[in-house]
Design a protein around this ligand. Sequence first.
Ligand SMILES: Cc1cc2nc3c(=O)[nH]c(=O)nc-3n(C[C@H](O)[C@H](O)[C@H](O)COP(=O)(O)OP(=O)(O)OC[C@H]3O[C@@H](n4cnc5c(N)ncnc54)[C@H](O)[C@@H]3O)c2cc1C
Length: 653
Amino acid sequence: MTAADSRSLKTDQDQDETTRAAEPAAVSEREARQTAEAAREAEWRKPSFGKQLFLGRLRLDLIDPWPTPSAESVAEAERFVARVAEYAEAHIDNAQIERDASIPDDVLRGLADLGAFGMKIDKKYGGLGLSTHAYCQALTMLASANSSVSALLSAHQSIGVPQPLKLFGTEEQKSRFLPRLAAGEISAFLLTEPDVGSDPARLATTAEPVDGGYRLNGLKLWATNGTVADLLVVMAQVPRSEGHRGGITAFVVEADSSGITVERRNAFLGLRGLENSLTRFHDVFVPAENVIGREGQGLKIALTTLNTGRLSLPAVCVAAGKYCLRVAREWSGARVQWGRPVGQHEAIATKIAFIAATTYGLEAMLTLSCLLADDESNDIRIEAALVKLYASEMAWRMADETLQIRGGRGYETAESLAARGERATPVEQVLRDLRINRVFEGSTEIMHLFVAREAVDAHLAVAGDIIDPDATVGRKARAGVKAGGFYARWLPALAVGKGQLPRGYAEFGRLATHLRYVERASRRLARDTFYGMARWQGRMERKQAFLGRVVDIGAELFAMSAACTRARAEGTAEGWELADLFCHQARVRVDALFTALWDNSDARDAAAARKVLDGRYASLEAGILAHDDDRPWVAPWSTGPSEATDVRRRLRR
Ligand SMILES: Cc1cc2nc3c(=O)[nH]c(=O)nc-3n(C[C@H](O)[C@H](O)[C@H](O)COP(=O)(O)OP(=O)(O)OC[C@H]3O[C@@H](n4cnc5c(N)ncnc54)[C@H](O)[C@@H]3O)c2cc1C
């Protein structure tokens, strides 16, 4: 048992003044939802393609013509990505990082010299001031060299200190911190705790106001870069008191402040080079000038940061798609079984086509979202969430299919392949490294709820009070009138559209048929969402399987729109073919999702799950050895000074 374990097992009586058992906050489902709702950006100041899509309006004009960055910005991006590629090829050794489970110091130094730590930081603070598109292209390139490297840079810039400061920081904070980060100091983002995963309302780390600032106490779990970071964004609860509105607040914290201990470096299924920590805060003083935004704004800052920050994970997924395509092409052409290259057997051919089409669709979706973020014409919060959700799910499927195409060799490590004299193709590593994308920065389930909330926002805005159990009769009546007016205009508009015209979207040539489908499907989606709301009313938010399908249909329709628009803008024969292929495949998925909206086993499944949880089918688990022990699922912990050895890795700079 480690010192840290023994601390965790202390009883209440053992605890002195400096040590307090951290009871998981008793937060009701309702309070958790209220916390999430309060953090939500309620306003829409710019148009949103995604929002309109869920309302049954295909606003192609918002994404077509394809946004065109300035020639200067394109040239700058190309130059930088070429330098990154050259550096990565010469210095980033994937096999070594995989073997040592560590990114060497000199690689981090080299990346800092390239400016990779300041890709998204304005030039005036020493950064490169690259566009979101260029940043994502560079991440795609780096992810192809090693996923832990791209994860480090993405956590540093997309959720670490630079992005929240860019959006919410004061000029003084920017000048104080950004030049350090641009030069290669590393940042991390610390929200998660043992009892706080998807649900931030349970946040237990406290920031108590003291003279000149705050005193932080708590334990933060799974902070990517936490073992090597110089600057941290820490989310902590400020108690409400006189002069303090309180609430979850974001702080910039110097990682070597007194009272901070990196108690563990966590290890995972994949991303073996990830520098991910368990970090304890004991009476850590943070000056008041390090609060980002205002007290109580922490979650809103985190969510707003993620609006564009979420695009970095799809950039990594695009890299995986491209790599899978290459492996699938080369291997399936070379490997002969049953008298033909395996790529010529239909079962494998369909997988290859899926990987090719999906990589094209995914890249179109990501690039479009990046360009929309850069030209600032659209609100892309729905698009970014859809790309994150779709990319993480589809990249996983692509990697899984690639492993299948490779057969037994797909399951074998690159090191083992090389030792037998075969090409060291790390498909199993790709699969392992990708898996976490479906969990972090908003799990698939949470992204479904996030997008669904935005998808039904217009309905809640006009009819929310009708289904709100707390609304007074007067509010319900007023909402009834408002809803009547809205639906009288909106519902008829869902009956007809350009998608029914034989020559609708003719400017898209052979792809016009797909855009007509998207237009019709968008109206159908809006109608089905409305039926769902009318049927389940206040219970709709519990219909997660239904809502998940609604969102998945939206993601496919967005991907199809992006693929068609991209093909038209590029005007290459390959592009037309791939967009066409992608749309054909997506339509099969969308049709199945529409069917499953109303023809499914959801209610049965929910009832069965309750029985499983009640232990009714426990006998089914007999006949195996359970490899668990009897320790708790979530280790109890207490505040107080650390008894663990600090495992922070200090880089040679
Ligand atoms: C490698 C790695 C790196 C990470 N990096 C960071 C980091 O840098 N900073 C940081 O703060 N955190 C980080 N995290 C934490 C990560 O963001 C969380 O793992 C994630 O938010 C999910 O939380 P959880 O694991 O506690 O799952 P839980 O919240 O316990 O959820 C368990 C399951 O239930 C589902 N679920 C939860 N609530 C609902 C709901 N209301 N409806 C439907 N389904 C639900 C989830 O989707 C999940 O499938 C990292 C985690 C890992 C593993």
